[in-house]
Ligand binder design. Structure first.
Ligand code: G16
Length: 540
């Protein structure tokens, strides 16, 4: 490693004085103008990680659901998963190193992680459609090339597509072809095979309105549409031709405001969905005949998928170990339904798909979804092999079910939660089961809930335990929350510092919407008072 060269190049991507950033829930995220040095340094770090793992590493330039002015970066590990926790710490150290300490920090990381600097390295890079993304991804490339590594720049990709590319490359194509056509073909083939099995009355299920958050999802769906149009016709809204990214639209907006995105033409009882800015989350919704808005979030997506998988397993006579992984944001009704009606074990982890993904790997079939619509299903290698075998062996009815499972396995992006893949899975299940969006929604009734954000001077003053359900600091906050929760029926509330925005998140649920709103407001006020709120006090 020619450290002199690194110092010279690093000076061209100088760190703003006094700026401290942390590798958060999904990498670094802040205003785009503060990220040039981070991008260069993540290019360097990706090379070290690639040398250490002797694998291709991914770098994605995106700030997903954040406003257009923000940007961010995250590294993707060899099997398409999020970066290992010890390397998140290295990422934070490197991003915050002063110019004169860069060499020392790089050497420290290399020594701690026993990186063989002579090893070849290969990096793949993707970016979203933000105006700042192209230049920032060039800074990543500068970091990669300064360490003499090879790279492939995929240019515009959804985040899950980059995860897919990394997984394909490190399994020598076994998972799929590491090209955009490879991704389109793999998913579309599985989807078309599945929907062929739906009865013709399934036709009425085969059109869908998609809000693309004015992001990358629109570009990619337009490219992909003709591959799967035999099974589904889609109509795109907020496709980026006029509106601003994530502005009054997209999955995060719809989930947190519990209302439809702007720019979407909804007729009553029509099935609609929203992607987020980098197309790794999806939520569904519809207006009923009385004009009431119904949100179908990640919890109900997990329920639909788990019940379908259970039915298929029953048909082929296999009792595999299915587990569902949620976070504290999961609606209480969903957890109860999964555990008590469906008899599926449910686990709760901290927010961040990296935590859910990890837990889901413990099962034969691990279904994980955050309530915000971020999730996928993981199948163990043994299960995949068994299903393949069963497609050859069994009598017709069972063979058909095994074949469906085989296609479902191919349709999921097992590297990461993926709005496009999840959308196709959901559409296939609805068509196969002949379920309308209203029937899906009626599986259980969500408890009314509300999410709010509170601005504080330093959100790190809040620390949590018990999968973020209890606040440990600041002193007195949890006691205050406990007292407030006691005032309402069927209630629950928690607070946690966001890992992607400079806010504290507040979640409350209760027996009525008024109670949930009022509890969320009271908890927000407690946070404001006890955790150093700044700006305007939370208002009803
Ligand atoms: C990211 C993570 C998600 C997480 C979300 C919000 O989503 O990948 O797992 O739920 O941030 O995290 P926080 O509450 O810590 O801000 P995305 O879609 O923005 O990449």
């Amino acid at each position: 490693m020619d450290l002199g060269v690194i110092t010279k190049h690093s000076a061209l991507h100088a760190k703003p004085n006094g700026l401290i950033l942390q590798y958060g829930t999904a990498g670094f995220r802040t205003k785009a103008e503060h990220l040039d040095h981070v991008m260069f340094r993540m290019g360097l770090l990706a090379v070290l990680r690639s040398k250490q793992t002797k694998s291709t590493i991914g770098v994605m330039v995106t700030a997903s659901h954040n406003p257009e002015e923000d940007n961010g970066v995250k590294l993707v590990d060899p099997l398409g998963e999020m970066l290992a926790p010890s390397w998140e710490e290295h990422a934070t150290d490197l991003a915050n190193a002063e110019e004169q300490d860069m060499q020392r920090v790089l050497i420290d990381i290399s020594e701690k992680e026993a990186v063989n600097l002579q090893q070849d390295a290969f990096i793949v890079i993707g970016r979203d459609t933000r105006p700042s993304s192209e230049k920032l991804s060039q800074s990543v490339i500068d970091g990669v090339t300064v360490l003499g590594a090879q790279f492939h720049d995929y240019g515009l990709l959804t985040t899950p597509q980059l995860h897919y590319m990394v997984y394909c490359r490190n399994t020598s194509g076994q998972y799929g072809k590491a090209t955009i056509e490879g991704y389109y073909q793999k998913l579309s083939k599985a989807f078309v095979e599945l929907t062929k099995q739906a009865s013709s009355s399934g036709d009425k299920y085969r059109s869908l309105k998609v809000d693309c958050a004015n992001g990358i999802g629109a570009l990619k769906l337009k490219e992909m549409e003709h591959y799967f149009s035999q099974g589904l016709s889609i109509q795109l809204f907020n496709d980026g031709t006029k509106g601003k990214l994530n502005h009054f639209c997209g999955a995060d907006f719809v989930k947190s405001h519990q209302k439809p995105p702007q720019g979407m033409e909804m007729k009553s009882n029509e099935r609609c969905c929203s992607f987020d800015g980098d197309a790794d989350r999806i939520v569904y919704y519809y207006h009923d005949a009385d004009g009431h808005f119904h949100l179908i979030d990640g919890d109900k997506i997990a329920t639909l998928i788990s019940s379908f998988l259970k039915e298929l397993l029953l048909e082929i006579g296999e009792s595999l170990n299915i587990g569902v992984v949620q976070t504290a944001y999961a609606n209480g009704s969903s957890t109860r339904y999964l555990e008590e009606i469906m008899k599926v074990p449910v686990y709760c982890t901290k927010t961040g798909v990296k935590h859910l993904h990890h837990k889901a790997q413990e099962f034969d079939i691990g279904v994980y979804f955050e309530a915000n619509g971020h999730g996928t299903v993981l199948f163990s290698k043994a299960v995949e092999m068994k299903i393949k075998q069963l497609t050859k062996e069994l009598e017709e009815k069972k063979r058909k079910a095994a074949k469906m499972l085989e296609n479902i396995i191919d349709l999921f992006n097992q590297a990461a939660g993926d709005a496009i893949s999840d959308m196709l899975v959901i559409e296939a299940i609805l068509a196969l089961k002949g379920l309308t969006v209203q029937q899906w929604d009626a599986l259980y009734m969500d408890l009314p809930n509300r999410q709010l954000k509170v601005k504080v001077a330093d959100r790190r003053v809040i620390s949590t335990t018990d999968a973020e359900r209890q606040a440990v600091t600041p002193p007195g906050l949890q006691e205050a929350i406990n007292d407030l929760v006691k005032k309402y029926k069927l209630s629950r509330a928690f607070v946690r510092p966001s890992g992607t925005e400079d806010v504290v998140r507040v979640y409350a649920e209760a027996d009525t919407q008024e109670s949930a709103d009022s509890l969320a407001l009271e908890v927000s006020l407690a946070v404001f008072q006890l955790a150093g709120g700044i700006g305007e006090r939370p208002q009803p």
